[in-house]
Design a binder for this molecule. Structure first.
Ligand SMILES: Cc1cc2nc3c(=O)[nH]c(=O)nc-3n(C[C@H](O)[C@H](O)[C@H](O)COP(=O)(O)OP(=O)(O)OC[C@H]3O[C@@H](n4cnc5c(N)ncnc54)[C@H](O)[C@@H]3O)c2cc1C
Length: 506
């Protein structure tokens, strides 16, 4: 056994959750290792739907345009009847974008492409995944975690300040912590496969025997590739044949179409649907993110999105605590994210029930734009507000102009690892300048011009009010900048590790 190099954070698992956390830590200059037990990148595609809230996060991470360019939008659902005729409908509502919600419909991109783009972003930031490196044991001490890693050159021990289990539904980290993963098995077993096939158009998501759990099969062209994704429920027990012949037979039996031929199988898997939630997301210096913390059926396309958003929530908090913020900031990760997973479990299970009846319809809730943390200890409302935006809400976008006249957007100003304070028509005696905080003034002599009133519509700030936006794009506080409340805001920022340099504060 040798000693490997130490890191502030050891991330176990390089799926979407681990990669997002890696990007978040990398762009804050933190030291971390991102290990993955597989020898190379995941080649399959389970999660293919990227919801609008995740698109906003991808914009912040600097990968949205690449994801859009590599993927596409969902085609209409083509629902076939037994006689071969079909009707077409949308996969869900298709609302128009608004100034506050610029991304409005789910994107489709196979998981392996999303993860590839994330790895490329990580490389731009000077980091990479360590493949063929498996976490095989760990112990927690007062100041860190000792982890045992197994790789091609044997075992090594490494010391890390924190360990994050981003290691999927069968999480080794969760198991080693001895955490319960209560919930239920949903009595549905299914296959998911990525194949090359002939006989079906690529302009529709083909659904046969909708609502019949014994004969249903859905075949979706995977945007950005020549592949189709096959999804189908299968009997609870017994062998599954995932070969070209086996999948071809399944398609012929369920569609009645001899012209649909599977030519090759790129990746295939059979899985049992479960809805489970870990009892805890944190045990001292060890955290769970993504499927390691929650699993649920794929209906509604929520799993990868929720996993990315877990990591996005934890990343800035870990970096802040490593940089000197109060440790209790890390408790808010579970406080904020576990209730979100709880409601996602409910949503995806309800959609699965609807699918069994052949009537699944995705509404606004799948877009994840209304997720917020109003009950979080981090959400402070220091101004009297009876309506409009509240602390804990997602910070909406708003097209604005810079004082120099150039078009801009609030999301452009928020992009990056900093906090943002937006101040409406107040003097310059707000909180002092400090690393990690960008302050913008709206109004006469301000650096932002609310040229079209979109900031007013979305934020409804009264003169003298300000809104403090967290690095993950949620409202931390809304307040008036009088002496008392400015002092409170200073304390709040101090707890987050956003402090004024000493010589400035004197
Ligand atoms: C059919 C299907 C369709 C789906 N569709 C959608 C969708 O449309 N939208 C959506 O949001 N989600 C969808 N999902 C869910 C989505 O695929 C998962 O939620 C997502 O992959 C979770 O990401 P993760 O990073 O948490 O875990 P994973 O992707 O499982 O990654 C965990 C990684 O950890 C590694 N690992 C495990 N143990 C160790 C160890 N000891 N040491 C080192 N590495 C380890 C694994 O090899 C793996 O690479 C779907 C799922 C299925 C099955």
């Amino acid at each position: 056994m040798t000693n490997g190099f130490a890191a502030d954070v050891l991330i176990c698992g390089a799926g979407a959750a681990g990669l997002t956390l890696g990007i978040e830590l990398a762009r804050r200059g933190m030291s971390f290792r991102l290990i993955e037990k597989m020898r190379g990148p995941f080649r399959g595609s389970r999660g293919k739907g990227i919801q609008p809230r995740t698109q906003e996060i991808f914009e912040d991470l600097g990968i949205l345009d690449k994801v859009v360019a590599a993927g596409g939008v969902y085609p209409p659902l083509r629902v076939y009847s037994d006689d071969g005729s079909y009707t077409e409908k949308d996969t869900g509502e298709r609302p128009d974008p608004t100034p506050a919600e610029p991304y409005h419909i789910a994107l489709m991109i196979p998981q392996f492409l999303t993860e590839r783009i994330m790895r490329e972003r990580l490389a731009e930031l000077g980091h990479r995944v360590e493949y063929g490196c498996e976490l095989v044991g760990f112990e927690q001490g007062e100041n860190g975690v000792m982890a045992r890693l197994a790789g091609p050159n044997g075992e090594q021990t490494v010391r890390a300040g924190y360990l994050v289990g981003a290691d999927g539904g069968r999480s080794f980290v969760r198991g080693t912590l001895g955490l319960d993963f209560p919930g239920k098995t949903l009595g549905v077993r299914a296959i998911v496969a990525a194949v090359l096939l002939t006989g079906l158009d690529r302009d529709a998501w083909h659904q046969f025997n909708d609502g019949d759990m014994e004969r249903m099969v859905a075949i979706c062209p995977l945007a950005g590739t020549d592949l189709f994704q096959i999804q189908a429920p299968i009997p609870l027990d017994g062998e599954v044949d995932l070969s070209v012949e086996g999948l071809g037979r399944l398609i012929t039996e369920r569609t009645g179409r001899a012209d649909v031929q599977v030519d090759s199988v790129a990746w295939a898997s059979a899985y049992m649907m479960n809805a489970r939630l870990a009892d805890r997301y944190r045990v001292d210096r060890v955290f769970l993110v993504g499927d390691a913390a929650h699993i649920h059926p794929p209906t509604g396309g929520q799993g990868l999105n929720t996993s990315v958003q877990d990591a996005y929530n934890l990343g800035w908090k870990l970096a802040a605590v490593l940089g000197g913020a109060d440790d209790c900031l890390l408790d808010t990760y579970e406080e904020e994210r576990r209730p979100v997973a709880e409601s996602v479990l409910g949503l995806s299970t309800r959609l699965l029930d609807a699918q069994k009846q052949g009537g699944m319809r995705r509404g606004r809730e799948v877009r994840q734009l209304d997720i917020g943390y109003p009950d979080s200890p981090l959400s402070r409302e220091l101004a009297e507000r009876s309506s409009g935006l509240r602390a804990g809400d997602r910070a909406p976008d708003a097209p604005v102009r810079g004082a120099a006249g150039q078009p801009s957007r609030l999301f452009q100003l928020l992009q990056g690892p900093h906090w943002t304070l937006l101040v409406r028509e107040a003097g310059r005696e707000t909180v002092g300048p400090r690393q990690g905080l960008h302050v913008h003034y709206i109004g006469p002599q301000g650096d932002i011009i609310d040229a079209w009133g979109h900031l007013r519509d979305a934020y409804a700030l009264a003169p003298g009010e300000c809104v403090l936006i967290r690095p993950d794009g949620y409202v931390g506080a809304i307040t008036i900048l009088d002496a008392d409340r400015t002092a409170k805001l200073e304390i709040y920022l101090g707890c987050m590790g956003v402090v004024q340099p000493e010589e400035e504060s004197k």
